[in-house]
Design a protein around this ligand. Structure first.
Ligand code: AMP
Length: 190
């Protein structure tokens, strides 16, 4: 099994690219954000707990998302691997992922493909997405700002973490969907 991470700030186009890339390489696209929104929609205990945190633009506790990922890894068959979108988002999550892969699957993260976009573009894209998808956490600029701040303080340190392991591959995210997709595919094929 291959394990790829699609990395980048909110609004970088991770979801759009992950759908295309996972189809191209028969990977399972795993979006922790989508899984959490599903829990919220179904009104589960986990969803009720996560709703408040997500609506404020903060991160849900590491144990919760790691547990969701572990469940998916252990119950999925028939794919070449996984494309993680929006996970890990903290150094602690990354360490828990490494440990889980090593112990449960005798595997490792293969590549981290990072979509680079500016904060100004994040704002612009999330604003547009709010009109299309109606996500509560996309709607107010104060929440978007929290999510960008959270990204810079808690998630960005992962860049160094994966650079040190020689797994970090940045690509320019402010291009057309097709161009970004081509660059991502080239990295996976390498
Ligand atoms: P996303 O769809 O990836 O932008 O995620 C939406 C929201 O879900 C985030 O702003 C967080 O509140 C929460 N979330 C998604 N993935 C994670 C994660 N790996 N760790 C913590 N919270 C997460």
């Amino acid at each position: 099994m291959k394990y790829y991470i699609l990395f980048g700030p909110p609004g970088a186009g991770k979801g759009t690219q992950a759908k295309l890339i996972s189809k191209e390489f028969n990977l399972l696209h795993v979006s922790t954000g989508e899984l959490l929104r599903k829990e919220i929609a179904e009104g589960t205990e986990l969803g009720i707990m996560a709703q408040q945190i997500i609506s404020e633009g903060h991160l849900v506790p590491d144990d919760i998302v790691v547990g969701m990922i572990e469940h998916i890894f252990s119950t999925t068959e028939g794919v070449n691997g996984f494309l993680l979108d929006g996970f890990p988002r903290t150094i602690n999550q990354a360490k828990m992922l490494d440990k889980m892969l090593k112990e449960d699957e005798h595997a490792k993260v293969d590549k981290v493909i990072s979509l680079i976009i500016s904060d100004a573009t994040i704002f612009e894209r999330i604003g547009k997405r709010a009109e299309v998808e109606g996500r509560e956490d996309d709607a107010a600029s104060a929440i978007i700002k929290n999510r960008i701040d959270t990204y810079h303080t808690q998630t960005e340190p992962l860049i160094e973490y994966y650079k040190e392991q020689g797994k970090y591959y940045p690509i320019e995210g402010e291009r057309s969907i097709e161009e970004v997709f081509e660059s991502a595919c080239a990295l996976i094929k390498e």
